[in-house]
Write a protein that binds this ligand. Structure first.
Ligand code: SF4
Length: 297
């Protein structure tokens, strides 16, 4: 059975590996346990084992500080993949970089969603230089048919939300955690999210938005790499640096991330629209946006 790393240790390990990556160190190996050492103990790569010891005060402080709000976003099995240089690294034009990511995705068969009735991959849409990005869960039937995220009823509501913020849909970027429609609109499973989300992280890393809005619990959980009820996730900003962002552009400090309700949920429970609007107002204040003026009373 695979051993699951403690989330804090996993994040610290990912950060430390990024640091080595920035130094130009790419190759790591895992030391075999010596006689007498338990093979059940998760041993970080030999070079990393020392720095990760929580007996070291600076790392302990680093981890404690990170616990407060900074969210690293690396799934255990994606750590090494995340550190591999990607084709879009060094490409200054985000439109061209997104094209390279799309080409890298190809006619993707990386997870089982490719053989569960998808019509097409729904990559993402919008302004490659958007300051604001919305991330949902996965395509539904309309999105699968049209190849664009958020085009059904939930998409209409999202359009209205964007408009109310004083923006146009073309000015933001919209994507999902998984790019293929889960059958029957079921929630994407963990392995599907973990396989597909590195492409989303790469999209975010080249767009470099100021704010990412996670629409619903699935998007929030996958972007923030932790699980909590919506009531706890909403109402605050998180510092968010997608996996691989340092390789894409070391100068980008990351985005602020806000969690709000998925528009499909708001269609089912319109009473929560006021709460969602509070979340969006937080974003508007941060971005200096004025709400759209009402046309007619
Ligand atoms: S959901 Fe993502 S990883 Fe899975 S097949 Fe589609 S594009 Fe590939």
């Amino acid at each position: 059975m695979p051993h699951v790393l403690d989330p804090d240790l996993r994040r610290a390990l990912a950060e430390r590996l990024r640091y080595y990556h920035e130094l130009g160190i790419y190759d790591f190996y895992r030391r075999e346990p010596r006689a007498g050492e338990s093979s059940e103990t998760e041993t970080p790569p030999a070079e990393v084992a020392g720095p990760l010891s929580t007996s070291q005060p600076e790392l302990r402080d680093e981890m404690a500080a990170r616990k407060s709000a900074v969210a690293a976003t690396v799934a255990e099995e994606n750590i090494f993949d995340a550190l591999t240089p990607k084709p879009e690294y060094g490409i200054a034009d985000p439109k061209a970089a997104l094209k390279l990511i799309r080409e890298d995705l190809g006619d993707c068969t990386r997870c089982k969603l490719h053989q569960q009735g998808r019509k097409q991959i729904v990559f993402g849409v919008g302004n490659p230089r958007a300051e604001l990005m919305f991330v949902g869960e996965g395509p539904g039937a309309d999105e699968d048919a049209q190849g664009e995220p958020f085009v059904g009823r939930a998409g209409q509501l999202l359009n209205n939300m964007i408009k109310a913020m004083g923006l146009r849909r073309e000015e933001v970027y919209i994507a999902n955690v998984v790019k293929c429609r889960p059958p029957g609109n079921r929630t994407p499973e963990r392995d599907e999210c973990e396989t597909c989300s590195p492409f989303l992280m790469r999209q975010i890393a080249v767009i470099k938005p100021k704010v990412v809005v996670a629409l619903g619990a699935v998007a929030a959980k996958n972007l923030l790499a932790f699980n909590a009820p919506m009531a706890e996730l909403r109402g605050r900003f998180y510092d968010f640096l997608p996996t691989g962002a340092r390789g894409s552009d070391p100068s980008w400090p990351g985005a602020r991330l806000v969690v709000t309700y998925h528009p499909a949920f708001l269609l089912r429970d319109p009473r929560q629209k006021g709460e969602a609007w509070k979340d969006l107002q937080m974003v508007m204040k941060y971005l200096g946006l004025e709400p759209a003026k009402k046309t007619a009373e």
